[in-house]
Design a binder for this molecule. Sequence first.
Ligand code: SF4
Length: 357
Amino acid sequence: METIIISRLTQRTFIDDISPMATTDIPSSVNTSSWHELAESVLNGHQVTKEEAEAILRSHDDELLDLMAAAFKIRKKHFGKTVQLYFLMNAKSGLCPEDCSYCSQSKVSDAEIPKYNILSRANLMEGAKIAAEKNAKTYCIVISARGPSEREMKAVETIVPEIKAEHDLKICACLGLLDDEQAARLKAAGVDRVNHNLNTSESHYGEICSTHTYKDRMDTLHSVRNAGMEICSGGIIGMGEQDSDVVDMALSLREVQAESIPLNFLNAIDGTPLEGIDTLTPQYCLKALAMYRFVNPDKELRIAGGREIHLGSLQALGLYAANSLFVGDYLTTQGQAPEEDYRMIEELGFEVTRNID
Ligand code: SF4
């Protein structure tokens, strides 16, 4: 097994001239001798440190296969070769009063997207049917909002029991900021999980949004947990953050014990404030996925939006660290055809699972 020399870990290959990412050297206290040894120590209960996580992000591209193989050891222990599929329904699009700079649905976006209020019962039921047909384990009901209105809360409370009566699906609701009472109502309605992404680190949050805070988002995660639901929370990489921000978010998600972590790679949509930003390489995206697996060894890790654009032909490699994908389209952008995902999974020798635990 090849030994990784620390000096080689300091070589950073993904940055380009306009990248705002950090270029500082890896601290000398990082003493991992190989990714496989680090994986073994994680399997024995070691919690990856911030320095080790940053070393993963800054590792040389030549180490990538070794890194992914090491991440796979961890993934395999907890998830075998299974892949969980998620199906998204954009249940309310656009019209959001918030100013999240990456989002095509925000009040500061000029992106040409469909705009509509919460979908009818029939549309939501149809989405659930499609999710089941596509072999998804989880149906994600997503609305664009700072937080749900009473009408939107009632719509979700009404539809969730109906969906569960007809389909063997887990329900994840993504409704924006929630207080304790709203979270308790969703739990009572049968919602299994709430998605609310941290999106980036606490220190970078002010750069991407001014209408709510990182703390607001964290408070929502605590309300979800207090209500007894699972937490789905992840973020977006490629928004001008530094490596340390990418790591800080991974560590925060470990702290809140998020059961499910969707990792998006910025698809800088025309008309959004982040239009034109493109700092990611496929190699960096894979290192980020590997790092999230090392930091959150037994959590669902999902390759989310932007995978087709940023990972390209290397998407399959990402599944050596991640164990989950969205199948079908994203909120306002297209995903690749589900048949291509199924083929990729099969050709890898992996299998789709619908086990609902
Ligand atoms: S709150 Fe959600 S829908 Fe609204 S702008 Fe932010 S990310 Fe987009």
